[in-house]
Write a protein that binds this ligand. Structure first.
Ligand code: 4AD
Ligand code: MG
Length: 477
């Protein structure tokens, strides 16, 4: 029979009653104080073992990492640090844990070390907290869209299209790696492949999401996304989770409003539901910041930062205004940017985005109306013929959190834009059909889920907010 979790016991402690609980030993001090953690919450429950009442051989098996089953009386704790404890009547070791080879010791381990033992890191305070917050954030995503009248649409993981046109695709094939069949011209003959055409893992569910919105009105996707870009940064994964809402009859301004409301809802829910874990992460964040040089330190604590984002409207600023700010900025004039901003049309790098957010505006910023040249083909061309109705939501410490746009709904303009970037319109005839049969103004965006989890947990590296990170050269576990 399942026993109650530590979280349940601590939430409504029935003093004087016998409780049964199972979990893993975090520490065992003085042959008497056993800290038991079962992952249900940050706190461990203290179990007091009367060493006279248990055989020596059993006590020796109570080591860090062992799984145990405990029966005992829940009593008010004499010691400091916890309100209640279990006075152990019966203890059974369910799974021994050899101390000499168990990698997790009751001390602080580096995040790099823990990444190498990703199968065990869920047992640490930090990853326990991050994974519980991740769960709360994902719950908040569905809650938000459900409340706003959106439908959850599952778009394909295997696809023949490259929605972003960036060519960062993982090929999906059943053709042999050696000796794939060739066409007369010597190219790989994909007509003999499983789907009889080249296919890849999706880089975005947007194009299919648009088809959903053009019938259901408001949809969102929430699924894994794959990009074979060779970026070894603290903000990039090769496999990440993206949320992509798409709305018929919404223009760019409606899109910005929704993105802001959505970001705030996730942050608000996590603040409300994960108090204990956030308190832990807040302290952790403070320690990490202290270790940094003064100029790089965050001016706010983690919880303070989350509250600040909730309490203030996101700044809205056109790309053109942003370029002016950047051109005249100190780091640009002093040659401190790796990519100096010289003229309108430059693609913004993360150093520029972070300058705008962290130094200039000191708040999340929505940049919009970007040059068409640096954005994807599907974005709505403005009347100036130069800019598109694109928007990026930039966050302090993160950079780009959200990328989205109003879509080009005019059939002929869209075909022209495809041709201009070398996409054969016949390959996307199903997409173009939405512009033929009852087209309308519509918009959407994509939010990188791990970047949001990074923001709300204050973790510095994106690899530490996903259970099993995939990055160039890493596909362990
Ligand atoms: O800006 P992106 O590439 O936009 C799209 O894919 C659009 N189709 C979205 C849409 O309009 N429906 O990606 C969206 C977001 C980024 O803002 C970023 O937060 C995240 O996805 N992202 C990544 N997160 C982790 N690792 C990567 N390699 C990421 N690439 C993008
Ligand atoms: Mg983007």
């Amino acid at each position: 029979m399942p026993t109650p979790t530590v979280s349940e016991i601590l939430r409504s402690p029935a003093l004087g009653e016998t409780v049964a609980v199972k979990g893993w030993v975090r520490s065992f001090r003085s042959n008497r104080f056993l800290a038991l953690n079962d992952g249900s919450c940050q706190a461990s429950i203290q179990c007091v073992v009367d060493f006279d009442a248990h055989p020596e051989a059993l006590l020796r098996r109570i080591t860090t990492g062992a799984s145990v089953s405990i029966h005992g009386e829940l009593t008010a704790s004499q010691g400091s640090g916890q309100a209640v404890e279990i006075s152990v009547k019966h203890l059974e070791v369910l799974g021994d844990c050899p101390t000499d080879s168990y990698p997790l010791q009751p001390k602080r381990h580096s995040l790099e070390f823990l990444r190498d033992i990703a199968h065990l890191r869920m047992r640490t305070n930090t990853f326990g907290a991050v994974m519980r917050v991740r769960h709360a954030a994902s719950f908040a995503v569905h809650e938000f869209f459900n409340k706003e009248g959106f439908f959850y649409l599952n778009t394909p993981i295997i696809t023949a299209s490259d929605a972003e046109g960036a060519g960062e695709l993982f090929r999906v094939t059943t053709l042999p790696a050696d000796g794939a069949p060739k066409t007369e011209t010597g190219a790989t003959d994909f007509s003999q492949d499983f789907f009889e055409k080249p296919t890849n893992l999706t880089v975005s569910g947007q194009l299919e999401g648009e088809l959903g919105a053009m019938g259901l009105g408001k949809i969102y996707t929430f699924g894994p996304t794959f990009r074979a870009e060779n970026s070894n940064t603290t903000r990039h994964l090769s496999e990440f989770w993206m949320i992509e809402p798409e709305m018929a009859f919404h223009d760019l301004s409606d899109n910005m409003d929704l993105a802001e409301k959505f970001c705030k809802h996730i942050i608000q829910s996590v603040l409300e539901r994960c108090k204990e874990d956030l308190a832990f992460l807040d302290q952790r964040f403070e320690q990490e910041e202290k270790a940094k040089p003064q100029q790089q330190r965050s001016e706010q604590g983690l919880i303070e930062k989350l509250q600040f984002v909730l309490d203030n409207p996101f700044v809205r600023c056109t790309y053109t205004e942003a370029i002016d700010i950047l051109k005249n900025s100190k780091p640009n004039k002093k040659g401190q940017f790796k990519y100096p901003i010289e003229s309108w049309g430059a693609d913004l790098q993360s150093e520029h985005e972070r300058y705008l957010v962290e130094k200039h505006f000191k708040s999340p910023v929505i940049l919009f109306d970007y040059p068409a040249k640096i954005k994807a083909f599907y974005m709505r061309l403005n009347e100036d013929g130069q800019t598109v109705r694109a928007m990026d939501v930039l966050f302090p410490g993160i950079g780009e959190m959200v990328g989205g746009s109003q879509r080009e709904e005019r059939h002929d303009v869209l075909v022209e834009k495809m041709r201009a970037v070398g996409i054969d319109p016949s390959h996307l005839d199903w997409y173009l059909d939405t512009r033929k049969f009852g087209t309308c103004v519509h918009s959407g965006f994509g939010l990188g889920f791990e970047r949001m989890v990074q923001f709300v947990t204050g973790m510095g590296n994106i690899r530490d907010v996903i259970p099993f990170p995939r990055t160039p050269g890493n596909a362990e576990f």
